[in-house]
Design a protein around this ligand. Structure first.
Ligand code: SF4
Length: 483
């Protein structure tokens, strides 16, 4: 697929530069529309002017990615899956990270406490809050009433999106009827029930998963549902465990992504899901309880493979107990790395930060605004219970070593930051501690910022020891005055 350019979009908007969308020009609007920072509907002219309806539809088609996005849930925690334009992240970026859903059986006893745990689960890592995306309710009871009650319990106790999983369409529809205003995803249409579920999905505007372990059949079902009028489809090619099955699952997902994104085959251009939780239904018996962790590893390995190839959504079994936080930590960390935008250096706001309660004689640690430098420094200093100032210099989001070599983290850049954030006005000393990797800047910086420079450790894990042994400001200030 050839990506449209801002000019392609510009030619179809009003070009009046009326500013009603908040942009000064229609071209600026077109550029941000392409980057998905705004919606087509934000152009007031396109919406209110009937004559522009044709252009609106053309634009809509133009900006719809080959893998169409699907929304599950409503409100602030709704999740959008799929919607990708490229097979590999480095070709552009991925826009929507893999949604991680945790499955709960409708027979689960402590269901409310699990729902609350999953809803509140938050892992802070590198300045981001990592959370789960939804709950998949599995029909184990095979009883319509029980499944429906469990679905109601979930939506009454969480704002996380929900996927209703039941292969009996009557039970599935009965539960979905009750919670349809929460926009649950329906799992799953098969060759036996596609028509009934397809109609229900259309009538209620709900996303529908279609499943088959045969890719030809899966695409044929997707085509049929599309012809019926279903416009929110999720593809599930099945997840299998055992000899040779990792490769099988991997191939299926990659083939579907390639067909949808690269070959532009409409019926394959939908989000793709995997179910690592299927492991537990496929193993015969867990022989020894003490081997349970080995089984959990199997599931987590499958989950990580799926995340690494941009599977749009995965369902896990492991992770609903606090003891299994390791599994989510591993998968969410992987997801965070894969779905960061390769076009943007991960940066934080430059400035003078307070760690603890620094005073006029506290240390001033200088670092770059590369996120993966600033945050570990902050964590290490906080962890060591040190009250300190942290001067974060604008290095264009580049890490210390590269930014020193490239000139972004220089004596003049640090000097400017010292002035901009009035560092010495907050202190009774003029001492800066720079990272060991920037040692060669110390002489120039002393001249530039009229200060005394101490060269700190190369790694922030050594800051505590360094400060304990070296922080004698009176001594350094005497040396500074005698210079
Ligand atoms: S509202 Fe539409 S016509 Fe007006 S400036 Fe924005 S994009 Fe252009």
């Amino acid at each position: 697929m050839v990506r449209p350019s801002p000019l392609d979009i510009y030619t179809l908007v009003d070009k009046s530069n009326c500013k009603e969308c908040g942009y000064d020009t229609c071209m600026a609007f077109a550029t941000d529309l392409l980057e998905r920072k705004i919606h087509l509907e934000d152009c007031t002219h396109l919406m209110k002017d009937q004559k522009q309806k044709k252009n609106y539809l053309k634009l809509k088609e133009l900006i719809t990615p080959p893998q169409k996005p699907v929304q599950i849930g409503v409100g602030p925690r709704k999740v959008i899956i799929g919607g990708e334009e490229v097979l590999m992240r480095h070709q552009l970026t991925f826009y929507n990270q893999t949604g991680i859903f945790i499955e709960i059986a409708d027979t689960q006893e402590d269901i409310i406490s699990i729902i609350k745990y999953l809803t509140d689960l938050k892992i802070e890592r590198m300045g981001e809050k990592l959370t789960l995306d939804g709950i998949a309710l599995r029909c184990v009871s095979k009883e319509g009433e029980k499944f429906m009650e469990a679905a109601k319990t979930i939506v009454n106790n969480t704002d996380l999106p929900i996927m209703l999983c039941c292969l009996d369409p009557e039970i599935l529809i009965k539960a979905a009827e009750e919670i349809k205003d929460k926009k649950p995803a329906l799992y799953a249409a098969t060759k036996k029930n596609w028509e009934l579920l397809g109609q229900f999905s259309i009538q209620n505007n709900l996303p529908l998963v279609v499943t088959s372990n045969n890719l030809d059949e899966l695409i044929s079902l997707s085509t049929t549902l599309d012809k019926l009028g279903v416009d929110q489809i999720i593809l599930d090619p099945g997840t299998f465990f055992g000899q040779g099955k990792i490769g099988f699952n991997y191939d299926n997902i990659v083939q579907l992504r390639t067909a949808g994104i690269e070959k532009n085959i409409y019926s394959a251009g939908w989000p793709i899901m995997g179910v690592p939780a299927a492991y537990w239904a496929q193993i015969r018996k867990i022989k020894k309880k003490e081997d349970l962790w080995k089984h959990k590893y199997q599931e987590v390995i499958m989950g990580s493979i799926m995340i690494s190839i941009d599977t749009s959504l995965i369902i896990l079994h492991t992770g609903k107990n606090k003891d299994d936080i390791w599994a989510l930590l591993a998968l969410m960390t992987l997801r965070q790395s894969i779905f960061s935008d390769p076009r943007i250096y991960p940066s934080v706001e430059p400035g003078l930060y307070e760690i603890g309660n620094p005073d006029q004689m506290s240390t001033v640690l200088v670092t770059s605004n590369y996120r993966l430098t600033k945050i570990p420094v902050e964590i290490d200093v906080k962890g060591a219970n040190i009250d300190s100032w942290l001067l974060v210099v604008d290095s264009e989001g580049i890490g210390i070593e590269s930014a020193v070599a490239g000139g972004q983290f220089s004596a003049s850049a640090i000097g400017e930051a010292v002035k901009e954030y009035n560092v010495f006005e907050k202190l009774n000393h003029r001492i800066l501690i720079i990272p060991g990797m920037a040692a060669r800047l110390s002489g120039a910086l002393e001249d530039e910022a009229d200060c005394y420079v101490l060269v700190g450790p190369r790694d922030s894990s050594g800051i505590k020891k360094f400060i304990d042994e070296m922080w004698t400001p009176e001594k350094y200030m005497k040396e500074y005055k005698n210079r």
